[in-house]
Design a protein around this ligand. Structure first.
Ligand SMILES: [Zn+2]
Length: 258
Protein backbone atom coordinates (compact mmCIF):
# COMPACT_ATOMS: atom_id res chain seq x y z
CA UNK A 1 0.00 0.00 0.00
CA UNK A 2 1.39 3.36 -0.99
CA UNK A 3 0.30 4.95 2.29
CA UNK A 4 2.39 2.45 4.24
CA UNK A 5 5.36 3.21 2.03
CA UNK A 6 4.94 6.93 2.60
CA UNK A 7 5.07 6.42 6.32
CA UNK A 8 8.15 4.25 6.16
CA UNK A 9 9.86 6.91 4.12
CA UNK A 10 8.69 9.63 6.47
CA UNK A 11 11.37 8.86 9.05
CA UNK A 12 14.58 7.01 8.39
CA UNK A 13 15.09 4.22 11.02
CA UNK A 14 18.91 4.48 11.11
CA UNK A 15 18.76 8.22 11.49
CA UNK A 16 16.15 7.87 14.24
CA UNK A 17 18.31 5.41 16.14
CA UNK A 18 21.09 7.97 16.39
CA UNK A 19 18.67 10.44 17.97
CA UNK A 20 17.45 8.12 20.73
CA UNK A 21 18.77 7.38 24.19
CA UNK A 22 17.53 5.19 27.01
CA UNK A 23 16.08 6.80 30.08
CA UNK A 24 15.81 4.67 33.21
CA UNK A 25 12.29 4.67 34.59
CA UNK A 26 10.93 2.91 37.67
CA UNK A 27 7.43 1.53 37.18
CA UNK A 28 5.09 2.86 39.89
CA UNK A 29 3.00 -0.34 39.68
CA UNK A 30 5.56 -3.18 39.88
CA UNK A 31 8.77 -1.25 40.65
CA UNK A 32 10.60 -2.78 37.71
CA UNK A 33 13.27 -0.52 36.25
CA UNK A 34 13.14 -0.27 32.47
CA UNK A 35 14.57 1.80 29.66
CA UNK A 36 12.18 4.29 28.12
CA UNK A 37 13.27 5.46 24.71
CA UNK A 38 13.71 9.20 24.66
CA UNK A 39 14.72 11.67 22.01
CA UNK A 40 17.88 13.74 22.32
CA UNK A 41 17.30 17.45 22.51
CA UNK A 42 17.50 19.48 19.31
CA UNK A 43 17.18 16.34 17.17
CA UNK A 44 14.24 17.61 15.20
CA UNK A 45 12.51 20.77 14.14
CA UNK A 46 8.90 21.70 13.62
CA UNK A 47 7.75 21.52 10.02
CA UNK A 48 4.15 22.55 10.43
CA UNK A 49 1.48 23.06 13.09
CA UNK A 50 -2.04 21.95 12.25
CA UNK A 51 -4.96 24.03 13.45
CA UNK A 52 -5.81 21.51 16.19
CA UNK A 53 -2.26 21.74 17.62
CA UNK A 54 -0.87 18.64 15.94
CA UNK A 55 2.78 19.28 15.13
CA UNK A 56 4.54 17.79 12.13
CA UNK A 57 8.22 17.25 12.83
CA UNK A 58 11.27 16.65 10.70
CA UNK A 59 13.48 13.55 11.06
CA UNK A 60 11.74 11.94 14.05
CA UNK A 61 8.34 12.25 15.66
CA UNK A 62 8.19 12.75 19.45
CA UNK A 63 4.65 11.31 19.33
CA UNK A 64 6.09 7.89 18.51
CA UNK A 65 7.89 7.91 21.86
CA UNK A 66 5.17 9.63 23.87
CA UNK A 67 3.81 6.51 25.61
CA UNK A 68 5.82 4.60 28.19
CA UNK A 69 5.03 0.92 28.65
CA UNK A 70 6.27 -1.27 31.49
CA UNK A 71 6.84 -4.61 29.83
CA UNK A 72 6.80 -6.41 33.19
CA UNK A 73 3.28 -5.54 34.32
CA UNK A 74 1.62 -3.92 31.30
CA UNK A 75 1.17 -0.50 32.81
CA UNK A 76 1.20 2.13 30.07
CA UNK A 77 0.46 5.81 29.90
CA UNK A 78 1.44 9.01 28.16
CA UNK A 79 4.83 9.76 29.68
CA UNK A 80 3.78 12.99 31.42
CA UNK A 81 1.27 10.97 33.45
CA UNK A 82 3.38 7.87 33.98
CA UNK A 83 4.84 8.55 37.40
CA UNK A 84 1.76 10.26 38.85
CA UNK A 85 -0.28 7.24 39.78
CA UNK A 86 -2.48 6.85 42.85
CA UNK A 87 -2.33 3.70 44.99
CA UNK A 88 -5.89 2.98 43.92
CA UNK A 89 -4.92 3.17 40.24
CA UNK A 90 -1.84 0.98 40.74
CA UNK A 91 -4.06 -1.64 42.42
CA UNK A 92 -6.47 -1.53 39.48
CA UNK A 93 -3.62 -2.18 37.05
CA UNK A 94 -2.30 -5.08 39.13
CA UNK A 95 -5.82 -6.51 39.26
CA UNK A 96 -7.07 -5.90 35.70
CA UNK A 97 -4.10 -5.39 33.38
CA UNK A 98 -1.16 -7.45 34.69
CA UNK A 99 -2.87 -10.89 34.70
CA UNK A 100 -3.69 -10.50 31.00
CA UNK A 101 -0.40 -8.91 29.98
CA UNK A 102 1.90 -10.66 27.50
CA UNK A 103 5.36 -9.16 27.15
CA UNK A 104 6.01 -7.48 23.86
CA UNK A 105 9.16 -7.28 21.79
CA UNK A 106 9.42 -3.71 20.70
CA UNK A 107 12.06 -2.88 18.10
CA UNK A 108 14.81 -0.32 18.68
CA UNK A 109 12.99 2.28 16.62
CA UNK A 110 9.24 2.84 16.68
CA UNK A 111 7.12 3.53 13.65
CA UNK A 112 3.62 4.88 13.25
CA UNK A 113 1.92 1.50 13.75
CA UNK A 114 3.78 0.87 16.99
CA UNK A 115 2.91 4.39 18.10
CA UNK A 116 -0.76 3.63 17.48
CA UNK A 117 -0.56 0.35 19.42
CA UNK A 118 1.09 2.13 22.33
CA UNK A 119 -1.45 4.96 22.40
CA UNK A 120 -4.19 2.30 22.48
CA UNK A 121 -2.48 0.52 25.37
CA UNK A 122 -2.28 3.79 27.25
CA UNK A 123 -5.96 4.41 26.61
CA UNK A 124 -6.85 0.97 27.94
CA UNK A 125 -4.96 1.82 31.12
CA UNK A 126 -6.74 5.18 31.45
CA UNK A 127 -10.11 3.44 31.24
CA UNK A 128 -9.03 0.76 33.69
CA UNK A 129 -8.00 3.28 36.34
CA UNK A 130 -10.90 5.64 35.66
CA UNK A 131 -8.63 8.50 34.55
CA UNK A 132 -9.98 11.99 34.04
CA UNK A 133 -11.70 12.84 30.77
CA UNK A 134 -8.97 15.36 29.94
CA UNK A 135 -6.40 12.56 29.89
CA UNK A 136 -8.58 10.37 27.72
CA UNK A 137 -9.26 13.32 25.44
CA UNK A 138 -5.56 13.99 24.84
CA UNK A 139 -4.92 10.30 24.30
CA UNK A 140 -7.74 10.08 21.75
CA UNK A 141 -6.55 13.27 20.06
CA UNK A 142 -3.02 11.94 19.67
CA UNK A 143 -4.39 8.69 18.26
CA UNK A 144 -6.41 10.69 15.75
CA UNK A 145 -3.25 12.57 14.75
CA UNK A 146 -1.42 9.30 14.14
CA UNK A 147 -4.17 8.24 11.77
CA UNK A 148 -3.90 11.64 10.08
CA UNK A 149 -0.23 10.91 9.43
CA UNK A 150 -1.31 7.60 7.93
CA UNK A 151 -3.93 9.41 5.87
CA UNK A 152 -6.59 7.12 7.33
CA UNK A 153 -9.52 9.55 7.45
CA UNK A 154 -12.06 7.10 8.84
CA UNK A 155 -10.08 6.29 11.96
CA UNK A 156 -8.91 9.87 12.32
CA UNK A 157 -12.47 11.17 12.47
CA UNK A 158 -13.60 8.40 14.80
CA UNK A 159 -10.87 9.26 17.31
CA UNK A 160 -11.33 13.02 16.88
CA UNK A 161 -14.95 12.48 17.80
CA UNK A 162 -13.97 10.61 20.99
CA UNK A 163 -11.46 13.35 21.78
CA UNK A 164 -14.18 15.96 21.39
CA UNK A 165 -16.65 14.12 23.64
CA UNK A 166 -14.08 13.72 26.40
CA UNK A 167 -12.72 17.24 26.05
CA UNK A 168 -16.23 18.69 26.27
CA UNK A 169 -16.87 16.74 29.48
CA UNK A 170 -13.52 17.88 30.85
CA UNK A 171 -14.29 21.50 29.96
CA UNK A 172 -17.44 21.49 32.09
CA UNK A 173 -16.11 19.35 34.94
CA UNK A 174 -12.40 19.93 35.39
CA UNK A 175 -10.56 23.03 36.54
CA UNK A 176 -8.36 24.90 34.06
CA UNK A 177 -5.70 24.54 32.89
CA UNK A 178 -6.58 21.31 31.12
CA UNK A 179 -3.41 19.66 29.92
CA UNK A 180 -1.66 23.00 30.01
CA UNK A 181 -4.44 24.72 28.07
CA UNK A 182 -6.20 27.72 29.60
CA UNK A 183 -9.99 27.99 29.37
CA UNK A 184 -9.97 29.81 26.02
CA UNK A 185 -7.47 27.47 24.43
CA UNK A 186 -9.67 24.54 25.44
CA UNK A 187 -12.70 26.34 23.99
CA UNK A 188 -10.81 26.93 20.75
CA UNK A 189 -9.83 23.25 20.54
CA UNK A 190 -13.45 22.18 21.10
CA UNK A 191 -14.54 24.56 18.34
CA UNK A 192 -11.83 23.33 16.01
CA UNK A 193 -12.61 19.64 16.61
CA UNK A 194 -16.26 20.39 15.88
CA UNK A 195 -15.24 22.13 12.66
CA UNK A 196 -13.21 19.13 11.58
CA UNK A 197 -16.14 16.86 12.39
CA UNK A 198 -18.47 18.88 10.16
CA UNK A 199 -20.37 20.39 13.08
CA UNK A 200 -19.95 23.86 11.58
CA UNK A 201 -22.84 25.54 13.36
CA UNK A 202 -21.66 24.39 16.79
CA UNK A 203 -18.12 25.25 15.90
CA UNK A 204 -19.05 28.85 15.02
CA UNK A 205 -20.71 29.26 18.39
CA UNK A 206 -17.50 28.32 20.20
CA UNK A 207 -15.30 30.49 17.98
CA UNK A 208 -17.64 33.47 18.36
CA UNK A 209 -17.66 33.06 22.12
CA UNK A 210 -13.85 33.41 22.10
CA UNK A 211 -13.83 36.31 19.65
CA UNK A 212 -16.39 38.34 21.57
CA UNK A 213 -14.93 37.72 25.02
CA UNK A 214 -12.91 40.54 26.54
CA UNK A 215 -10.96 37.98 28.57
CA UNK A 216 -9.55 35.79 25.81
CA UNK A 217 -5.91 36.22 24.76
CA UNK A 218 -5.30 37.88 21.38
CA UNK A 219 -3.46 34.85 20.00
CA UNK A 220 -6.44 32.55 20.59
CA UNK A 221 -8.82 35.19 19.25
CA UNK A 222 -6.81 35.33 16.04
CA UNK A 223 -6.87 31.55 15.70
CA UNK A 224 -10.62 31.45 16.30
CA UNK A 225 -11.18 34.22 13.74
CA UNK A 226 -9.13 32.41 11.09
CA UNK A 227 -11.06 29.18 11.58
CA UNK A 228 -14.39 31.00 11.65
CA UNK A 229 -13.55 32.66 8.34
CA UNK A 230 -12.59 29.26 6.96
CA UNK A 231 -16.06 27.90 7.74
CA UNK A 232 -17.68 30.97 6.23
CA UNK A 233 -15.68 30.62 3.02
CA UNK A 234 -16.46 26.94 2.57
CA UNK A 235 -19.47 26.09 0.49
CA UNK A 236 -21.72 24.20 2.88
CA UNK A 237 -24.73 22.04 2.19
CA UNK A 238 -26.26 23.40 5.35
CA UNK A 239 -26.16 26.99 4.18
CA UNK A 240 -29.40 27.06 2.20
CA UNK A 241 -31.19 25.78 5.29
CA UNK A 242 -29.65 28.59 7.32
CA UNK A 243 -30.72 31.12 4.73
CA UNK A 244 -34.28 29.92 5.09
CA UNK A 245 -34.23 30.26 8.83
CA UNK A 246 -32.86 33.75 8.77
CA UNK A 247 -32.17 36.39 6.19
CA UNK A 248 -29.08 37.46 8.02
CA UNK A 249 -25.85 35.98 6.70
CA UNK A 250 -24.78 34.67 10.09
CA UNK A 251 -27.93 32.66 10.52
CA UNK A 252 -30.30 32.47 13.41
CA UNK A 253 -28.27 30.22 15.63
CA UNK A 254 -26.16 33.07 16.98
CA UNK A 255 -29.24 34.47 18.65
CA UNK A 256 -29.37 31.36 20.84
CA UNK A 257 -26.03 32.30 22.19
CA UNK A 258 -26.08 36.08 22.64
ZN1 LIG B 1 5.42 -2.38 35.85
Amino acid sequence: MSKEINNTILYNPDEQLSMLYNRKVTCPVCEAVFNAKSIKKNSYRILKKDSDFFIRYSRISPYFYDVWVCNECGYASIKTDFENLSDYAADKIREKITPKWHKKNYPEVYDINIAIQRYKLSLLNYYTIGARESKKAMNYLKLAWMYRLKEDDKNELQFLNQALENLSTAYYNEPSPIYGMNKFTTMYLIGELKRRLDKSEDSLIWFSQIITSTMSPQKIKDLARTQKDLIKSEPSEKEPELENKSNKKDGGFFSKFH
